[in-house]
Design a protein around this ligand. Structure first.
Ligand SMILES: C[S@@+](CC[C@H](N)C(=O)[O-])C[C@H]1O[C@@H](n2cnc3c(N)ncnc32)[C@H](O)[C@@H]1O
Length: 234
């Protein structure tokens, strides 16, 4: 059997990834659908008429579509930020995008755009792909441009608080992926491809970053193996 050679750090969200993305992410992240639903429900607490909501790293647009549907009766503006043109093109073909007139797409990196005053910003497994030295500036930009009472919903892959916890987490995550029909080889190859591309912190480190950015009201709203969600209110 000829084995596919994978180079370190070769992971990308471009190429043909959009076509397989929804299936791949569900099989890779425990509780992915639970967090999508939770964020969708939470959005209704922060979005009212004239609200602006950002979805940072929207990929195939599942979350932004759900938020559009649940808040349909309100006059809101949804802004999706996504640097991968292939993802943007995929989402632009969806029914929801074509029938809506209040979803704006920005095909850029979040670090390179100006944020309008808004009531909700969501990063669902996105900031983990951005270099650590840029994250604090991005979080400060989020804090500064949120209206008082507005929220930042922050989901990330996280490390355990020490090596024992981390070992347990990575064993359990491997079991989860095997149960979801990833082969040993696919798991090893993905781990190699995301080296230096996906850089998680621990929950405590993420909480500390949010505090440095200005957020004082913080609540952990989700934790499943090494995936966690934080609600930060300004
Ligand atoms: C794991 S996916 C996010 C999943 C998605 N939010 C969801 O709910 O299914 C990470 C996404 O972040 C995007 N991304 C990577 N770097 C980014 C950056 N600097 N700014 C904004 N988005 C970025 C990737 O292109 C990719 O679509």
């Amino acid at each position: 059997m000829v084995k596919k050679k994978i180079s370190s750090g070769s992971w990308t969200f471009g190429k043909n990834i959009p076509l397989s993305f929804d299936d791949h992410i569900k099989r890779s992240i425990p509780g992915y659908d639970v967090s999508l639903n939770l964020i969708t429900e939470l959005s209704t607490y922060f979005l009212t008429d004239n609200s602006i909501c950002y979805d940072v790293g929207f990929s195939t647009g599942k979350l932004i579509s759900n938020i559009y549907e649940i808040n349909k009766g309100k006059k809101i503006k949804l802004i999706g930020v996504e640097p991968e043109k292939k993802m943007v093109d995929f989402f632009k073909k969806t029914k929801i995008y074509r029938k809506s007139n209040n979803i704006k797409i920005i095909n850029k990196n979040i670090e390179n755009i100006r944020i309008e005053n808004c009531d909700l910003i969501i990063s669902h497994y996105t900031l983990q792909f951005i270099r650590q030295n840029l994250r604090i500036e991005i979080l400060k930009k989020f804090y500064d441009n949120l209206n008082l009472g507005g929220a930042f919903i922050f989901f990330e892959k996280v490390h355990g608080n020490n090596s024992r916890f981390e070992k347990i987490f990575s064993d359990l995550l491997t079991d989860f992926k095997l149960k979801n029909n990833f082969s040993d080889e696919e798991i090893v190859n993905k781990n190699k491809a995301i080296r230096g591309v996906l850089n998680p912190l621990s929950i405590n480190e993420n909480l500390a970053l949010l505090k440095r950015a200005g957020f004082k009201k913080l609540q952990i709203i989700y934790h499943n193996i090494n995936f966690a969600g934080i609600l930060a209110i300004k």
